[in-house]
Write a protein that binds this ligand. Structure first.
Ligand SMILES: NC(=O)c1ccc[n+]([C@@H]2O[C@H](COP(=O)([O-])OP(=O)(O)OC[C@H]3O[C@@H](n4cnc5c(N)ncnc54)[C@H](O)[C@@H]3O)[C@@H](O)[C@H]2O)c1
Length: 320
């Protein structure tokens, strides 16, 4: 009988799939320290993984392991080279993880373009009338604004629909997606990243963290952008160089940013980005909606069940 480790807290809807399932044993593992994972994981055949880092040292001890099912679509917390070498399958929640992040990007764009924090504070502070004449009111309409989506995958494709609903013009930079596909979604394909950066009023990142995307947006790239530009990053912290972003915001090189992800999570308390008023922040929360949390937990657990029952949908398997 396969033994499944559920690493990190997930919504109870997913756990229910194993609760009354006589074909599997399972255990919840909430202590994500390396020491605990090293001592607990070796006896399991399958792992579902939300947060928590599973490196080669841990994997080396997991002699029975056949599958890791990620609660999410990014997998930079797993040593994929090791998985490939040992023929361990990696699964992702391919169908449930895009709508909420796309909505989260819109929430950040709207938050910045409408200066919600300033307004909220003004009303609470009894400055209802003065809010109308605030000097630092840089609010703007989204209509006719140009958004550059870097990474036109699952999230990018949900995002474009929402942007077109706001009558924005959408450009997409993704060397792995052809022009026909981008046009069919109502966008314009950008072949040269710098051309897209020059045009963009808003830049949104939805790429995986890879050697190529690591720090792909740095000061040099920000200097190409408009002074009024806004960068939204819900992908992974290291896709944008944090130090450069802080400098660009403080020196008027770009206007604002929305960050859901950080190079180090949680970020250090003295990370200057946390004090920068030009940034809207959230705690890696792009999937934190009731629907997404429930659907992701069900898909994560169903994937591991389907894997052991030899009926896993190929779209869930990561090609390593
Ligand atoms: N903040 C969150 O909670 C949250 C939630 C979901 C996903 N994410 C992150 O967002 C990423 C994207 O998610 P997705 O489901 O859309 O993934 P996806 O795999 O469907 O799409 C990613 C796209 O990026 C493209 N890409 C890869 N390298 C590129 C490069 N160098 N330049 C431009 N494009 C490149 C790929 O061709 C692909 O189309 C995930 O890898 C994950 O790290 C974060």
């Amino acid at each position: 009988m396969p033994k499944i480790a559920i690493v990190d807290k997930i919504h109870s809807d997913g756990i229910k799939l194993l609760e009354d399932n006589p074909k599997f044993q399972y255990e919840l593992i909430e202590d994500l320290s390396k020491k605990n994972l090293m001592s607990k994981l070796p006896s399991f055949d399958g792992i579902t993984l939300r947060r928590g880092k599973i490196d080669s040292e841990i994997l080396e001890k997991c002699k029975n392991l056949k599958v890791i099912s990620r609660h999410g679509v990014g997998y930079d917390n797993v040593d994929t080279k090791f998985l490939k070498k040992k023929n361990i399958t990696l699964l992702i929640t391919a169908t449930t993880t895009a709508v909420s992040p796309a909505e989260h990007i819109m929430f950040m764009i709207l938050n910045i373009s409408k200066g919600i924090d300033l307004y909220d504070k003004a009303v609470r502070d009894g400055k209802f009338d003065t809010a109308m004449h605030m000097k630092n009111n840089n609010n703007f309409e989204l209509k006719n604004k140009k958004i550059l989506i870097i990474g036109f995958g699952r999230i990018g494709k949900k995002l474009i629909k929402r942007c077109l609903g706001f009558e924005m013009k959408v450009y997409a930079y993704d060397p792995f997606v052809d022009q026909k596909t981008i046009i069919s979604f109502g966008g314009v394909k950008v072949n040269d990243l710098n051309d897209g950066l020059k045009e963009a009023d808003i830049l949104s990142l939805s790429v995986p963290l890879t050697e190529k995307t690591h720090n792909m947006i740095n000061l040099e790239k920000m200097k190409i952008m408009k002074k009024s530009a806004v960068i939204i990053n819900i992908a992974r912290g290291s896709v944008v160089n944090e130090k450069d972003l802080n400098e660009a915001l403080n020196n008027g090189i770009i206007y604002g940013a929305g960050l859901d992800v950080f190079e180090k999570e949680p970020p250090d308390y003295d990370n200057p980005l946390l004090k920068n008023k030009r940034i809207v922040l959230s705690p890696h929360a792009a999937t934190f909606t009731n629907e997404c949390r429930s659907n992701m937990s069900v898909e994560t657990v169903q994937n591991v069940i389907d894997f052991f029952e030899n009926k896993i949908n190929k779209s869930m398997i990561v090609k390593l």
